[in-house]
Design a protein around this ligand. Structure first.
Ligand code: FES
Length: 583
């Protein structure tokens, strides 16, 4: 159902539509930028929320994308105004961008609500910028349309394709095992990241772009076009035109990001073999929308959604191949019987209408639903006495011989301890051992960094070991692979059972039955927990202190407790609330 919005009811009219002192001042000060009186004649004001930053290479092309969006907004009769937010560059920001996802979401929400915007186009790319913008837009609930920046071109080195993240990890292990020379390693550095855009595998950035499209928050086909493909700028221009229509239709995030849309996003995530991080971000997004999204939903959908995208790290190809094979639209066409086909999207059409003419052009890259790459979805949820409120494993990237495994724990108390001892020749470890990292969760690290891809000890690498069972309360990059359990909740730093695992304890993983067990008696676990003391907090002031005071656990999406919607209707403050009493 479309709701025509009268131009007089535009939100921006509360700023620009009055002939009083403040109306004049709002117009006059903006005219300092060289705008004529024509822009104030009832044109919808469209904010272009830009996460461009030279500190974030994945988003470094977004100024050009913003210009294309502006063209579209002007063409459709709108008035575009670009504004920056903080940007979260996965490579350079320490200790982790996840520490700042909620800060960026707050920045996005507050800019949208505080300024005279009738609609907003969200420009994102690198891992956390996409969920942060989705969360902020959900809370602001002003018509919003996302334009992801797209993946980078494939890396090429000595005739071989390399995908950022995934292949760097593989090659680094070869360096540590002495199988790759320093000269070759240096050459990889110059070849792996050939263009603007986010990592070119199905890592978190690609996953979240696919999720944004599956949620209905982008135009169809927006998820996978390479960043440097001219069609991305054309898509940005079309998005600029479309957001003006969305303002007139009052097509807000709350009308698009419904439970059905979230379920479609989870189906898509499973079918592409998406990043484990998507679970944390989708749970947080649901919290902003006032929707309950227990981890069990992911597991239920994982059991009934095959992986059809043959893309690294779960498969063989890169995002460029995925796009040329038909991209997310082709995947959604494959899994159409599993989707809510009538869910409304930002195009103004339903999911079924958007994918009506979608086709697959390469069956090596996107498999048919009847002959999938893997019979079940990429990520599954584990429970057990080691993870009472949940843990996550990317089963599509697991070594088959470790899917059911029992082994002796080799425990590292924190990341520093890990780095100091992992390559110690005297470390008592073999290929059946279970590497355990504690205090790497939301509070413990802090910020739940992607430390979960624990390195295999150098002496085992040299002996040809390529995978081991590893577990932690950290996250992993979406580009990671291997038998790695992450997101263990409650985390060690708040006294979860992980806190009292000791080297020598036996641990059992059983993916088929979704179990993760510490094979120690309950009475012994209780005794150890009674003697446990929390680590000192990392921050006593500033944003870090606020983070520690309000961060929720992984199974709750790691949002701040005060940012979740208290009910479905308290997200958009009317501009009248901010009328200056002095007027
Ligand atoms: Fe930005 Fe990988 S570093 S997506």
């Amino acid at each position: 159902m479309k709701t025509a919005k009268d131009t007089h009811s535009l939100r921006s009219r509360a700023w620009f539509g009055k002939n009083d002192r403040w109306g004049m001042a709002h117009r006059a000060w903006l005219r300092a930028e060289g705008f004529s009186e024509a822009v104030f004649q009832s044109k919808p004001v469209v904010g272009i929320c830009n996460s461009w930053s030279e500190l974030n290479n994945c988003n470094a092309h977004l100024r050009q994308v913003a210009e294309a969006v502006k063209r579209g907004v002007w063409e459709a009769g709108g008035f575009p105004l670009e504004f920056p937010t903080i940007s979260l560059g996965e490579m350079l920001m320490k200790p982790t961008t996840m520490l700042y996802r909620n800060l960026m979401a707050m920045d996005v929400e507050e800019c949208i609500t505080a300024y005279p915007l009738d609609g907003v186009v969200l420009l994102c790319g690198c891992d956390k910028t996409t969920p942060a913008q989705l969360m902020g837009a959900a809370s602001a609930d002003v018509p919003a349309l996302m334009v992801p920046g797209g993946p980078m071109l494939r890396g090429m080195c000595r005739g071989k394709e390399i995908g950022a993240g995934t292949d760097i990890r593989r090659l680094w292990e070869q360096v540590r095992a002495g199988r790759l020379s320093e000269e070759e390693w240096c050459e990889v550095e110059s070849c792996v990241s050939r263009s603007a855009g986010h990592c070119g595998v199905m890592g978190t950035a690609s996953t979240m772009a696919c999720i944004a499209e599956a949620l209905g928050m982008t135009l169809a086909g927006a998820a996978d076009l390479p960043a440097s493909d001219s069609r991305r700028l054309a898509l940005a221009e079309r998005s600029g035109r479309r957001i003006v229509e969305m303002v007139h239709e009052d097509l807000r995030p709350s009308r698009l990001m419904t439970r059905a849309a979230l379920e479609n996003a989870i189906r898509a995530d499973m079918a592409i073999g998406g990043s484990t991080n998507a679970i944390v971000h989708l749970v947080a997004l649901a919290g902003r929308l006032g929707l309950d999204l227990p981890l069990e939903t992911f597991d239920e959908f994982s059991r009934t959604t095959p992986v059809v995208a043959n893309v690294r790290p779960s498969g063989k190809f890169l995002m460029e191949d995925f796009c040329y094979a038909g991209g997310l639209r082709a995947v959604m066409k494959e899994i159409e019987p599993l989707l809510h086909r009538d869910a409304l999207t930002a195009t103004g059409k339903t999911v079924a209408e958007n994918i009506a003419d979608a086709a697959c052009f390469n069956r090596e890259v996107i498999k048919p639903l009847a002959q999938p790459l893997k019979p079940e979805g990429g990520t599954v949820i584990l429970r057990g006495n080691l993870a009472p409120t949940g843990a996550v494993i990317k089963q599509s990237a697991v070594s088959p011989h470790l899917a059911q495994h029992q082994g002796r724990a080799v425990v590292f108390e924190n990341n520093l301890d890990l780095l100091e001892r992992i390559d110690d020749p005297k470390l008592e470890v073999d290929e059946s051992s279970v590497l355990v990292l504690k205090n790497a969760g939301p509070k413990g690290a802090p910020g739940m960094p992607e430390w979960g891809h624990l390195p295999i000890p150098a002496k085992l690498l040299a002996a040809g070991v390529s995978d081991m069972l590893r577990l932690s309360d950290a996250r992993i990059s979406g580009t990671s692979f291997g038998t790695i359990v992450v997101h263990i909740a409650p985390e060690a730093a708040v006294g979860g059972p992980l806190a009292v695992v000791q080297s020598g304890d036996e641990i059992e993983l059983d993916i088929k039955n979704r179990r993760l067990e510490l094979l120690v008696s309950e009475s012994e676990i209780r005794k150890r927990l009674a003697a446990w003391r929390p680590p000192d907090p990392h921050y006593t002031r500033g944003y870090g202190r606020m983070f520690l005071d309000h961060i929720l656990q992984a199974n709750q999406g790691c949002d701040f407790d005060f940012l979740r919607a208290r009910n479905g209707a308290d997200r958009t403050p009317p501009p009248e609330r901010f009328k200056n009493p002095a007027l």
